[in-house]
Design a protein around this ligand. Structure first.
Ligand code: FES
Ligand code: FES
Length: 163
């Protein structure tokens, strides 16, 4: 697939990387050093994952790779060869009602990453036997809300079976 104009020109011969994106098989032709976040946003049009810090600190770019939340700004795309990648676009907006109505969002920059981590926690409730919700959400930074709204919203959404 072609990249959009935001992608820098390739400096090396491209490589082909097949993977599964939100249940669909895709193959991208990429610069070997390309970040997964850029592949998703600029080559595949999955712009829901946001770039905050670009350094693995904020979690705004969180996606799932083989059912593990990762910072897509740190992952070279070649590492997801044949993997299952899941982005915020796979989440039904009607499923985030509890989170969105709890004061968990202001500017919204962190929200896609927060939702992806919350979905992961919901799908792995055993994690709450050994970790607090705040610990599990610690990789998602928010500069707006002070976290109480996020934690309350995620807790309510877990109680209601929503991400
Ligand atoms: S943009 Fe990836 S962790 Fe901040
Ligand atoms: S709502 Fe603005 S960074 Fe979280």
């Amino acid at each position: 697939m072609d990249a959009d104009a935001n992608m820098p020109p390739m400096s090396r011969p491209p490589i082909e990387v097949p993977f599964t994106l939100n249940g669909m098989e895709v193959t991208v032709s990429i610069d070997p050093a390309e970040r997964l976040l850029d592949t998703l946003r600029y080559r595949l049009g999955m712009t829901g994952s946001k770039e905050g810090c670009g350094e693995g600190e904020c979690g705004a770019c969180t996606v799932h790779v083989d059912d593990i939340p990762v910072n897509s700004c740190l992952i070279p795309t070649y590492q997801v060869r044949n993997a299952q990648v899941r982005t915020i676009e796979s989440i039904d907006p009607s499923d985030v009602g509890a989170l969105l109505s709890s004061g968990a969002t202001q500017c919204g920059a962190c929200t896609p990453g927060v939702v992806m981590t919350a979905v992961w926690v919901r799908e792995h409730p055993e994690l709450l036997e050994t970790h607090t919700l705040r610990e599990l959400m610690a990789g998602n930074l928010c500069r707006c809300t002070g976290y109480d709204g996020i934690i309350d919203g995620v807790r309510r959404s877990l109680d209601e079976g929503q991400p």
